[in-house]
Each structure stands twice: as C-alpha cells, then as structure tokens.
Design a protein around this ligand. Sequence first.
Ligand code: ADP
Ligand code: MG
Ligand code: ZN
Length: 641
Amino acid sequence: MDEQQKPKRNIFAMIIPYILVFGIIATFVGILINRYANKTVTWSQSEVTEKLNSGDVTKYVIYSQYESSMVTVKGSYEDSSTNKSYTFQVNIYENDWINTYQPMFEAEHGGDVQWSVANAYETSWWDVWGPTIITTGITILLVIFLFSRLASSVNGSNNKALEFNRSRARRVDASKVRFSDVAGCDAEKAEMVEIVDYLKDPKKFTKFGAKLPKGILLVGSPGTGKTLLAKAVAGEAGVPFYSISGSDFVEMFVGVGAGRVRDMFKNAKQTAPCLIFIDEIDAVGRQRGAGLGGGNDEREQTLNQLLVEMDGFEDTSGIIVIAATNREDVLDPALLRAGRFDRTITVGLPDKKGREAIMKVHARNKKLASNIDFGQIAKRTVGFSGADLENILNEAAILAVREGGTEITLKNIDEAIDRRIAGPAKKGSAMSEKERRAVAYHEAGHAIIGLRLENSDKVQKITIVPRGRTGGHVLMTPEDDRFLMTEKELKSRIAGYLGGRTSEEIFFGDVSTGASNDIEVATRIARSMVTEYGMSSLGLVQYEKDNSSVFLGRDYTSTQKNFSTQVAFEIDTEVRRIIDEAHKIATDIITQNKDDVILIAETLLDQETITAEEINYLLEHRSLEGFGKIETPSEQEQENK
Ligand code: ADP
Ligand code: MG
Ligand code: ZN
C-alpha cells in the first residue's frame, strides 16, 4: 500500500545492482575461460630444441622436479608469430635435462631462469579449489543480491512476494473525483451527501447519538458508475480512500484473505475518518456453506473476517465501507444484515437526461463540432451505461483523429455508436450483390413494422453496412425510457423482430440464415410473456424464473422449472401461438406496404445507411433527392459571398 507516497526511484539506482552483478559474473567466467581454454601443448624433446633455437619462446617459468629419471618442465610461452600464449609441458630424461636443456633454458632466458624445484604432479591448491571457490562465490553473491532486493523493497513496491498477509488496498489520499464528475445519478448522489457530511465531521453526528450505516452497498450493472460514485464520496469528503477489489482477497492459500482483511482495517483505523471501497464484493461475499466441489474455505474465512471487522469497529470510528457489486442476488445474507451493509443503493442505467449529462461530462475535454446535440444522441442510446457512453465519445475521437479531422463530428459519433452495437464495419467485405439485396430487404422489413405498427419502437437508423456477425441492422428504440412494457408493446416488438424474415419470404420466396438472432430474441420475449408475465391463456402463474443457482454456476441450471410435462407442452403451444400471430401481423403490414419496403430497400442499396429523418423524407417524397435542400442553397450563398 501507500504507493502514492513512495518516492520515485532513480532509474540508474535500479540498474546499477544488475550491472554490478553481471560484471562480476562476466569477470569470473572470463577468468575461467582463459584458464582452461588456453592450449596446453606437450612437446617432444626435439620440439623443445626447435622452439628454443627458433627463439619462439619468449617467456617461461619453470617449475620442475627431478622425478626418478624424468624431469617435467611446465611453463608458458608466447608464440611470437601468432601472439598467442600457450602452456607447455615437456618430459625430459634427467640426464638430458641436466646436460642439454637446462643450459639452453638458462641461455634463452639470459641466465635468469625462475625455476623452482617442486613436485610437478602436485597440482596447486588453486587448481583444486579454484572452480569451487568461484562458483560458490557467484552463488553467494546472487543470493545476497536477490535477498537485498526483496528486503529493500519492503518500503518499495514489490514486497508482495514476501508479504502475503499485507492488505493490497491502494490508498488515495486526495481523490480528485467530485460529485460534478458523476452525471445523472442525482438520487444516488443525494443519498451519499449524508455520508460525505459524516466523513467530514463524524463528531457532529455522534454528538446527537445518530448512527450512520457502516456499510453501503452499491448495486448496479457494470459501467453505471459505482466505482466513480465511491471515489466522488471520498473526494468530496477529502478523506483517504482505500480501494480494493474483492478478488484481491482470494488467494490459493487459506487464511491469506482473512489476514488481508484484518490488515486493511488496521490501516484504515489509523487514518480514520476514511473510506474503504471494496469493488466486486461478490468475489468474497457469496453465500457460504455450499458450492460445487466442496466449500470454499478460503473465501468463507475471508468473508467471516470481513463480517467480524465490520462488527468490530464502533459507530464512532469514522470508517465507512462502500462495496459495489452487480450481483446482489449471490451475496451472503449475513453481509446485508443491519450493522453491516445495511444500506443498499441501486445505481441504475442512466435515463435520457442522464445520458445527455454523462456525455456532456465526458465531452468537457474534447473538441466537438458545434452542431452536435447530445439530447438527440441520448435518444438513440437507450440502455447504454455511463461507461458505454464514455467509450463512444472516446471512440469517436479516435475516429476523428484517424480521419485527420479537426474536431469530432456527428458522423464520428454515429459510427462509434454503431461500432458499440455491432462491432466495427467490415470494410470491403465481399458481400455478393445478391446478399446485399437480401440484407436490404430484410432490414427494410424490420423498419416498416417499426414505422407502421402501433406501439412499436421508433426506427432511428437503418444500415446495411456489415459489422461483426450481422449483415446490417435497424436501430429501434422506445420513444422514452421504459420501466414497464405492455402486452401490446411486447407483441409489437416480436412482430418487429420477425419483420426481417417475413420480408425475405415475401420478396424472395426463400429465406436465409440471417434471421436466427431475430428469431432467438422473439422466442425469448414470447416465452417470458407466457412463463413470467402471465400474458397468455395459461393464466397468472409464474412457471419459470431466472434463478440460476449460485452454487452450481449459471451454466448448469439456467432456469428452474415448476411444472409438469403437460404444462410444458401448453407453454410451447402458447409461445408458438404468440409467434405465429406476430408473424401474421408482420406479413400483413409488409404486404400492405410493399411499395414502401421496396423504396426503403432500394434506397438502402444505394445509400447503405438511412437515418430517421431521411426515412420520413423518403416516405413523403418517394425519393431522397432534395433531402437537406434547405441547407444546400445557403451554403452556396455563403460561397458566393
Ligand atoms: P462500475 O464500477 O459501476 O462498473 P465505473 O464507476 O467504473 O463503473 O464506471 C466506468 C466509467 O464510466 C467511469 O470511469 C466513468 O468515466 C464512466 N461513467 C459511468 N457512469 C458515469 C456517470 N454517471 N457520470 C460520468 N461518467 C460515468
Ligand atoms: Mg467498478
Ligand atoms: Zn434481422
């Protein structure tokens, strides 16, 4: 922890130990190589004579010994022609040595031969111990080096290897995030204001005996700004902010997580008032006591420790724990008990106003074209989270740079939204003309349902630019953000999804695989209508519920079935009926509006993308010619001036 306060280490200081160690190793290796790679030549007596006479031997040291009748002379010499050094060894008969060679060696060396009588066969201590000493030395140096790095980094960053039980919470002393950076979550922010007040001055509350919640649980889908909100609370209150992710507690070793929890709270108490933020708390806070393949002791211990710590600090201690999760359903009930995370704040997906506000926040440091209306974009981005919107603006900025533009245009933003929905456009993909036609009529079929059927979503845009796995798509959004949907709206929506396939049937007499996703979604809606919403002849009974078991993992048991096979049959019949009815509606609408479908499809083949405004104009004037006429003359006028 305390990474913020760690002085930045000089890069040279970091490199020097490495250089030293490698230098030392290189030196030793060099010595060894020199020592053993030198050629040792054994001379015959005639060669000795020859070398001595030729004057090749420039330097030698003799250490020899009379050994029975043999003399061994060892020495070194430099070959004057190659400038290389050699070691040599000669075995000479004692008599020859005394009579012939000794005088020759002495003469060669100016009578100043350094030679001593020693046992030539007795290797020197260095020959025996040298390699051992060198290798041991290197090993010791390496060990010292490694340990000194570990030890020195106790104050530094990579102490994790030795300190399992230390909390991994990162501490931020002055969070720069403010409530003004969190857009659109007004209700959530209002809830948090109290907490900020408390953190600023805990005594104010305790004087009146008021107890604030120790723990606040933020629940919401990913990217809705939970983490951001927690940071903003710390920033507004100006207190230290410990942030840790639930998965940081989970380790291979049992007890480590619990140790970390203990350590984190110990640290926090020293800097109270402060805020502890546990992100993705479902990683540790899952219901205890069960699990596929035995209980998870480690997680349970960690969770228990967390509960103990939260019970342990007094209401006056000035510590507030905020946890975030997008899976409230899997949390252990003990976590949600009073005195622990007893206040739950749901951070929902932003509504239209929220989306507009979020985009404005993230547009603050971006150069945008002046004609961009965030209200309009917000309309088209139903269901997008704050993170999605931030991502769209960023993506648009990247696209603008790629185009070499000077500012982010509406086109960039539109493209970014399309990318977000369906992936990047497949440039120059080889869709055959026949396929393009099929896609165009398919998408026009979706669109005409949206345009002509009551209660259906509004068509915002149609495109036949292939992206990801789709050949094209129609962007349809509800008029306003919806919390509830009526039966009629659901049926219209199903008809809308079936419109694409229906159009293929009517215009080509043949159908393609392109509708599989449409059919999947339509079936899902129809099934929910029957089994969850009570919108069928089976009555107001809930037959199915998305109740994926936490313990078995979602994939094992996706739905819980509370019915007999007889009912299963009836459900299927009802689902089929709803789908068939919707298909009939779609068929009727498309047959009645054949001209419009053809018009839209042909325009699509020409333009690839049509927006809502263009569609309105197209249906009224039967051609896009002259669309945007109002702007064109004024532009020309300006040019003329
Ligand atoms: P969560 O923790 O809920 O998954 P985050 O708080 O990490 O989501 O949000 C991700 C990013 O999305 C944030 O860094 C922020 O830039 C952006 N964001 C999300 N919600 C908002 C919001 N209400 N206002 C401004 N930005 C937001
Ligand atoms: Mg988060
Ligand atoms: Zn479709």
